[in-house]
Design a protein around this ligand. Structure first.
Ligand SMILES: [Zn+2]
Length: 362
């Protein structure tokens, strides 16, 4: 059983462990601090970047956590465990590891998915000067997923409404409408925002500062909530036939690109995701991007948790006792407390990082 003390119960604790482990490993730590706001305990909210290995390395592997706030607890544990292990001493030549801790620190600290503006950071990396991508289907989703109450009858009606819409639109169009990202309803789900979020800005600053020099760059963005319980799945958005897609397959195996284990019947066409922004920022490098998801509950329960998270944000304060129960269930859906789950996530993330380093190290 791996040491599970790397799993934290608050953002401040996770951040402290990460920074301490980074310093102990001899990594350099850089802080990108949100100047506008603090966390619920008055703590600073930061994207922290720890670099192990030469900072000017031509091969840079980025491993990031917390794009979806609450999902950052397991990614943070994976990062800290890597720093505490022998990984930093076994880096391939001309290769550095850049650990990005808490892409969305507000969501991490508040144990929420989105940012302070209800924005899904992983839909916010679009061009905010141009017209936003259309998601016409979301107008039909919105009234279904935004109830003011959160009791059993409401949830049953909500899922009936979604089933009916899915049957009418078909799986692919339904997925895109539901979770592809939308820019029309600020109080809805999977909202991409109407401006760049601070977390978006901080991420791009950090990529330019720490990775732009690299000839070969890769990113692993750690998430939770898709895939079977205690297993991980990969999401690779590189086009079929591309060199980047081939690298992902070479490094992590066929399952990196064939959606093995993905429980969605059809994947949405996602807008504005973080790993695409990473690639766009590095036009001169060979870039390999992958999302890793640690599976938690079954698909329907994760959907329920996402919509519960939205209810909590807009209606939870009026029902504090119920909100506490709903939030506990929400956290369990993205950050399971079961030690077997946590051990599996740690063991698997160690192997994923190892493979990524070996892959980029050539
Ligand atoms: Zn996620």
């Amino acid at each position: 059983m791996p040491d599970l003390s790397v799993f934290s119960s608050s953002y401040a604790e996770a951040r402290g462990r990460f920074v301490d482990a980074a310093r102990a490993a001899g990594a350099r730590v850089y802080e990108y601090r949100d100047p506008r706001q603090k966390g619920p305990q008055g703590e600073a909210l930061c994207l922290d970047v720890a670099i192990a290995g030469p900072e000017d390395a031509e091969r840079m592997l980025v491993a990031g956590s917390g794009t979806h706030g609450i999902e950052g607890y397991s990614g943070s544990a994976a990062q800290t465990a890597w720093l505490l292990g022998d990984g930093p001493r076994r880096l391939p030549k001309k290769t550095a590891m850049a650990l990005f801790h808490a892409h969305n620190p507000w969501g991490f600290a508040h144990k929420a998915r989105g940012t302070e503006e209800n924005v899904d950071l992983n839909r916010n990396f679009v061009d905010h000067v141009r017209a936003y991508p259309e998601n016409a289907g979301y107008a039909e989703v919105h009234p279904i997923v935004t109830p003011e109450t959160w009791d059993d009858a409401t949830q049953a009606a909500l899922f009936r409404g979604l089933d009916e819409l899915r049957a009418r639109l078909g799986e692919k169009a339904f997925s895109t409408a539901f979770n592809g990202g939308q820019f029309s309803h600020a109080d809805g789900i999977y909202f991409g925002g109407r401006r760049e979020q601070w977390a978006n800005y901080a991420f791009r600053e950090a990529v330019v500062k720490h990775v732009a020099h690299a000839k070969h760059a890769a990113i692993i963005d750690f998430h939770t909530g898709i895939g079977p319980w205690m297993e991980h799945i990969y999401l690779c958005f590189h086009p079929e036939g591309s060199a980047a897609r081939k690298r992902a397959r070479d490094w992590w195996g066929e399952r990196a690109v064939n959606l093995a284990g993905v429980t969605h019947k059809a994947l949405a066409d996602y807008q504005g995701v973080l790993i695409d922004a990473f690639a766009a920022l590095l036009p001169k490098a060979d870039v390999t991007c992958i999302v890793v998801e640690f599976g938690t509950l079954e698909r329907k329960e994760v959907q329920r948790a996402n919509m519960a998270g939205r209810w909590l944000r807009y209606h939870g304060a009026k029902h504090p006792a119920q909100a506490a129960r709903v939030h506990a269930a929400f956290c369990e859906a993205f950050y399971p407390s079961d030690p077997r789950w946590r051990a599996a996530a740690l063991e698997q993330s160690a192997e994923i990082l190892e493979r990524g380093l070996k892959g980029i190290g050539g």
